[in-house]
Design a protein around this ligand. Structure first.
Ligand SMILES: Cc1ncc(COP(=O)(O)O)c(C=O)c1O
Length: 443
């Protein structure tokens, strides 16, 4: 398989040399499902060019096989230990993907009431849903309480009070888990780190035991668990393990106190390899959580997003200009930009970018950019690219998570379509937005 050299060092990952634990590379099977062949780039058995010809570019294409594989690896690694995988909808909540995951036995983690409703529309029951979010409105809390979701992950003492009042007013008891902040550095990008004391998330772990003891005495609350999530794109096991140990120790104390908890929710955060560098394997990650939980007799829940859908998606784009400027810089301008894929502009993230059908010739250092009138609209700087011409199809890899969901319609650019491939079949799972769709909301 051809692989572009990893040039860009601005990805949200650490120098692997600084890692505590690195056990293996990104699962090879995902790579095998999205790869170059002598006939060009394929997603499973479907040529990328065929999807691009039918849908136009830019468009997202996902591999159902890669999603199944990633989910099953996590699931299998728990072995006989009672567990629950709550797929984090924030990573990608396109209905077809959510339904696919439901078919695999996944539950969901929703970060807004919109995501709760998406889950219900996909056939999930309220008891499949954990509802997280640092600033839930009264309307959101009320809906979650009346639905009786599996757990509302509470972020502050004030939110506990509000939830108690809402539940009492509705004559019910809300199922709550307390999100703790363990003050652990995820060693990820600061913009997606959530477990440090000065991040806005959770309550200090030092006060959690008292708060949960208090929750158990409230008329409107049933404490069902403890929750932690220290960030995303975490590429070393050490911070995840330390957070798991901290929250498991807390859960153990609460169980010993007689609080009838049901679960420990370890959140999400497992990183993926955007550039081919080693990342922890899903199995090692789960085994670390199981070890941290030890003999605490609770269901082990996780909320993975990126590690399930990230490697399963590509963004297809067409070269619209190739521009040489004084000083030798070559700009390869694509019809996809930060409106379709925000991650590079948002946090300097690296994505492999490759021609779908590479032309022969020596690689040339290129800046790969989008068409948006912002200088931050750049996917890669000094990327070695084989010769490209206007009209060539390009593949931007590992965009299944935090890709389509972060899209915007800036410059009145309609949202791109999405396709799901399964073996040698594919279907459009979201059509391209039209300008009429966009303008429909306006008077
Ligand atoms: C509360 C919560 N759970 C789960 C996730 C999913 O994380 P990831 O996609 O890194 O697995 C996130 C994302 O940051 C989150 O905020």
């Amino acid at each position: 398989m051809r692989r572009a050299a990893a040039q860009n060092t601005t990805d949200i990952r650490l120098d692997p040399a600084a890692s505590f634990t690195v056990s293996s590379r990104v699962p090879a099977v995902n790579e095998a499902l999205l790869q170059h062949t002598p006939d060009g780039f394929h997603v499973e058995s479907v040529p990328a060019a065929a999807v691009a010809a039918a849908l136009g570019t830019p468009c997202y294409v996902y591999s159902a096989g890669a999603i199944r594989d990633a989910y099953r690896r996590l699931d299998a690694a728990f072995g006989a230990r009672p567990h629950a995988i709550h797929y984090a909808l924030k990573a990608n909540s396109t209905l077809a993907l959510v339904r696919l995951l439901r078919g695999l036995g996944s539950r969901v983690d929703a970060n807004s009431i919109g995501e709760v409703d998406v889950a219900l529309r996909c056939g999930f029951q309220p008891r499949d849903i954990v509802f997280t979010g640092v600033g839930k409105s009264t309307a959101e809390l009320t809906r979650a309480v009346t639905l009786d979701v599996h757990a509302i992950n509470v972020e502050s003492p004030g939110e506990l009070d509000r939830l108690d009042q809402i539940a009492i007013a509705h004559g019910v008891r809300a199922r709550v888990a307390l999100r703790v902040n363990p003050d652990i550095d995820a060693r990820s990008h600061p913009h997606i780190s959530t477990g440090l004391r000065d991040n806005k998330f959770g309550v200090p772990i030092a006060i959690a035991r008292t708060l949960i003891g208090d929750m158990a005495r409230r008329r409107g609350l049933v404490p069902v668990g403890v929750h932690v999530h220290i960030g995303s794109q975490i590429t070393t096991l050490d911070p995840l393990t330390r957070a798991a140990e901290a929250v498991a120790a807390l859960a153990g104390e609460l169980v010993a106190d007689g609080v009838p908890l049901e679960q420990i929710d370890f959140g999400g955060g497992l990183g993926i390899s955007y550039d081919g560098a080693p990342v922890p394997d899903a199995g090692d990650y789960v085994r670390a959580l199981v070890a941290a939980a030890g003999a605490v007799p609770l269901v082990l829940a996780i909320e993975p997003g990126r590690s399930i859908v990230g490697p399963a998606g590509v963004l297809l784009a067409t070269v619209v200009d190739v521009k040489h400027v004084a000083g030798g810089r070559r700009f390869v301008v694509l019809d996809a930009g930060m409106t379709e894929l925000m991650r590079p502009a948002l946090y300097g993230a690296f994505h492999r970018i490759e021609p779908a059908a590479p032309r022969p010739g020596a690689p040339e250092l290129s800046d790969v950019v989008g068409p948006i009138c912002e200088s931050t609209d750049r996917f890669a700087r000094d990327l070695p690219l084989t010769p490209v011409e206007v009209g060539d199809l390009m593949v931007i890899r590992d965009v299944g998570a935090y890709g389509a969901v972060l899209g915007s319609t800036y410059l009145r650019r309609p949202l791109p379509p999405e396709a799901l491939v399964d073996g040698d079949a594919w279907s459009t799972v979201r059509r391209r937005q039209t300008l009429d769709d966009l303008l429909q909301l306006e008077c």
